[in-house]
Design a protein around this ligand. Structure first.
Ligand code: ADP
Length: 862
């Protein structure tokens, strides 16, 4: 869109071109204005009127334009971000007067982009979900993008200064990205297509130049203050490129102001439980398939009382550990808090009164904080000794460690207590009044002048009146400021230090050196007080920066304590038990329950599951019996146990799994151009290629997406391969009853079924898992339960009987519930009597021939 060639529009275009991909919000007086395509897009998203900016030129059509008032900008920014836009905020960085003074009467006000809003780099509470972490990530890899591609995923969190990275391969990148769930990923253009299969367009930011080696090295040196990048302790050059691009992007968006970053931490793929993106989605770990948090596993385990606790909980859940050394201490800590309910209750009570330290610190360090952020740090600082006091007894190591992590902030807290006024403090610095009286002498003086200005004036007035013997009055007007007025009637000899100002009809007006000084002080006192407060705020900010390590450590410890207390609380409320987690190959669950369904249904029927040493259970049973629930519950038990939580069971012994793999649900990916069956096979291939003896695998209805024999053949071959070669602990739910024959052939395969019973022609779901194969499918019963019209149900029942008989007769595979819907057409075609009848030329038959045909046809019916 062509922009008019005026100076202001040239300035606009300069900034716009320098920030491609961003909506440019251009400050003009009390508004942020948007122009051209930006204006068209923003007007629609924000629901505001689109106008035109016209120049004086005749016939000029004008540029589309819209604007929002500057004081309401944050809400509008949030809307644009939600709609997938990034926002660049251009401010006026000088006043019109300054511009004129510096560059003449027609000078343009200088404008600069002072802030970039992107989904991965937000810090404002209003723009963020307090209970979810916001990661910024970067991916870089070797040149090819084929199956042998290797690379690095790096991430940082502005609010905690956490920085980490992980080596990834073509087959693990998706899972790693899904586990991290970053708000935004920075990539070179070669990786854009790959990332777009995992994330939405708005979350993928292509930043070619940031990945340039000299630039990444410079960024790392600058941000970490090291002379040589080698000093960082990151040997892998790909990792350094990813980390450099990452901090470079953070610098870019934060305009160079950054929090203190921790040293980059290498997360080894072996230390975490691998869960691919589809499994993660299907297991509804952090959100349900419908996209809400309420029905997820996270909603059940997260009873945290702080936002930072909730964020950490979602991290633990999204990436359970695969390291017994990490899991065991967590379980010990949770167990101690289960056994000490009083401590738990007091701890949770105290934690509730702590604030979101990490996010306050980051805002303060990024220059976006206000007095209330300081108040949160004061309030939390005061709580810390009480929290530590509650945990003073002999404790499991992890609790001791995090109790000790709360220390080291006494001096800072004392200072905040001395410095800050009582709550509530003003939200904005410029409102003033957040520093306590008595903290700073210069501020006190300025404030005294403001507050006592009138008393001082009255004192001066009284003094001059007594000295001169005239009934003079101190007054004020806009033109002359303060003056002493004497009416002509009252006039006596004027003292020598009176300076004449003005004579009116009735009075004379004077000032004195003292009055002038007072006036000057009074006028500037307000500004002095404000400037002083701003200076003190900066000094407090410096103190926060200096203490940012202990502050972030305390924040992490508070969050960890909150998570462990929450897990203990959940274990107590829901009667969960401590699982035994070790390096063995056990999987023995007694009376396990589905953690989410158990809290929703009145009575949940518990079930055992034993897959120790690579056993494979073939699970049959009618639809609705509870097969999927059973599969998922056992997978969720692995997740819970390995994140360090108790589990819903009477007892559970789980040897640490390296990966949790699944093929469940009809994860249709039609939008991505893949058929259901293709998706099913891709997921199956991934499992067969990746699973190790340490993996736990759940497969639901494998082969269902294709024709009966195809599906059965594939399922059969898969079971054989898993049981004979992979030896991983596996649950395999199927409607192919034929598969159960494998349990006789393979020693580690056994058949189980979810029991139902028939009662007065109705089916009763017992939801109990029992040894042996199921006896029937009951699909027609389920169709009836679901409200399929009675004639259709009756017809289906009749057909089923026929098919079953036919199948038995031929000794072939029994027709399953699925082919119920495809079978009739095929069956009718095969009816030979009908074919013969249709082929008869009835009119052309003699009576005898007709009789013979009749005998022939009769002979074909058994
Ligand atoms: P399937 O996979 O066999 O078709 P589902 O696992 O989807 O069956 O379960 C069907 C219904 O039965 C679900 O609504 C679920 O809530 C309920 N259910 C499953 N297992 C149990 C159980 N053990 N106790 C109580 N209700 C259950």
């Amino acid at each position: 869109m062509a922009m008019p060639d005026t100076p202001v529009m040239q300035q606009y275009m300069g900034l716009k071109n320098a920030h491609a991909g961003f909506l440019l919000w251009f400050r003009m007086g009390d508004f942020y204005e948007l122009f051209g395509d930006d204006a068209v897009a923003a007007a629609e998203v924000l629901g505001i009127t689109l106008t035109k900016r016209r120049t004086a030129k005749e016939g000029d059509e004008g540029v589309p334009m819209c604007g929002v008032p500057y004081h309401a900008a944050e809400g509008y920014v949030a809307k644009c971000l939600q709609a997938g836009f990034k926002v660049a905020l251009a401010e006026q960085v000088e006043s019109p007067e300054e511009a004129k003074r510096a560059r003449g009467s027609s000078a343009l006000v200088r404008r600069e982009v002072v802030r970039l809003y992107t989904p991965g780099t937000l810090t404002e509470d209003t723009l963020l979900d307090a209970s979810r972490p916001t990661y910024l990530a970067a991916v870089v890899g070797d040149d090819g993008v084929g199956p042998s591609w290797r690379g690095v995923l790096a991430w940082l969190e502005l609010s905690t200064g956490e920085v980490g990275y992980k080596q990834v391969a073509a087959s693990t990148l998706g899972a790693a990205v899904a586990a991290l769930a970053p708000g935004e990923v920075v990539v070179p253009s070669t990786l854009e297509p790959q990332l777009l299969t995992m994330m939405t367009r708005k979350q993928v930011s292509v930043q070619e130049s940031l990945f340039h080696p000299t630039r990444t090295d410079e960024a790392l040196k600058r941000v970490y203050g090291v002379a040589q990048v080698e000093g960082l302790g990151v040997d892998d050059t790909l990792a350094r490129t990813a980390l450099g691009a990452l901090v470079g992007y953070a610098e870019l968006t934060q305009m160079g102001r950054l929090p203190v970053f921790k040293a980059p931490r290498l997360v080894s793929a072996r230390s975490v439980l691998h869960i691919d993106a589809a499994t993660r989605r299907n297991l509804e770990l952090t959100e349900s398939l419908a996209g809400n948090r309420a029905d997820s596993l996270l909603a059940v385990v997260d009873t945290c009382v702080t936002a930072a606790g909730s964020r950490l909980m979602s991290r633990w859940l999204a990436e359970p550990s695969a390291d017994v050394g990490v899991i065991k201490p967590r379980l010990e800590a949770v167990a101690w808090l289960v056994e000490n309910p009083d401590v738990r209750a007091r701890l949770r009570h105290l934690l509730k009164a702590t604030g979101d330290v990490a996010r306050c610190v980051s805002r303060l360090l990024l220059g976006r904080g206000g007095p209330r952020d300081l108040a949160v740090l004061r309030q939390t600082g005061l709580q810390l000794p009480h929290v530590a006091e509650v945990l003073k007894s002999t404790l499991p190591s992890m609790l001791t460690q995090h109790r000790d992590g709360l220390g080291g902030l006494g001096t800072l807290t004392d200072m905040l207590v001395r410095a800050l006024a009582d709550d509530p403090l003003p939200a904005l610095l410029r409102e003033g009044g957040f520093v306590r009286d008595g903290f700073d002498a210069a501020l006190d003086d300025a404030r005294n002048l403001v507050r006592n200005g009138h008393t001082l004036l009255e004192d001066l007035e009284a003094g001059e009146r007594a000295a001169s013997g005239m009934a003079l009055k101190a007054r004020y007007n806009q033109v002359w400021g303060y003056y002493l007025e004497v009416t002509k009637a009252q006039m006596k000899e004027v003292p020598p230090h009176f300076i004449h100002r003005q004579t009116t009809t009735h009075a004379h007006r004077y000032t004195t050196a003292k009055l002038q000084e007072l006036e000057c002080n009074l006028g500037s006192a307000g500004a002095t007080a404000q400037a002083r407060e701003e200076k003190l705020f900066t000094e407090l900010g410096d103190a926060i920066r200096a203490a940012s390590y202990p502050l972030l450590a305390a924040s992490e410890s508070l969050a960890t304590l909150d998570v462990m207390a929450s897990l203990a609380e959940v274990a107590h409320r829901n009667r969960w038990v401590r699982p035994v987690v070790d390096d063995g190959m056990a999987f023995a669950v007694v009376a396990g329950r589905h953690p989410v369904v158990d809290t929703r249904v009145g009575t949940f029927v518990p079930n055992d599951c034993t897959l120790s040493d690579g056993a494979l259970w073939l699970l049959t049973g009618p639809n609705m019996a509870g097969k999927s629930t059973f599969l998922r519950q056992n997978a969720l038990l692995v997740v819970l146990a390995q994140m360090g939580s108790f589990v819903p069971a009477v007892s559970a012994h789980i040897g640490v799994a390296d990966a949790l793999m699944s093929r469940i649900g009809a994860a249709d990916n039609l939008a991505a151009g893949q058929s259901t069956f293709m998706v099913e096979m891709v997921e199956t291939a991934a499992i067969l290629n990746r699973a190790t003896t340490r993996s736990v695998v759940i497969l639901d209805e494998l082969g269902r997406g294709t024709a009966t024999y195809d599906g059965l053949a594939i399922a059969w071959a898969c079971v054989e391969h898993i049981a004979q070669h992979l030896h991983c602990r596996t649950l395999f739910a199927t409607h192919y009853h034929e598969l159960t024959a494998l349990s006789d052939q393979l020693p580690n395969v056994s058949a189980h079924h979810v029991a139902v019973k028939e009662w007065k022609g109705e089916i009763v779901f017992l939801h109990t898992v029992q040894p042996g194969a199921a006896t029937g499918s009951y699909g027609v019963h389920v169709a009836k339960l679901a409200g399929v019209p009675a004639p259709v149900v009756a017809r289906a029942a009749g057909l089923l009987e026929g098919f079953t008989k036919a199948a038995k007769g031929k000794g072939a595979v029994r027709v399953d519930e699925l082919s119920l819907f495809s079978a009739p057409a095929t069956a009718r075609e095969e009816n030979i009597i009908e074919q013969r009848l249709r082929g008869l030329d009835v009119d052309g038959l003699s009576a005898r021939e007709a009789l013979e045909k009749l005998y022939e046809l009769r002979g074909m019916v058994h």
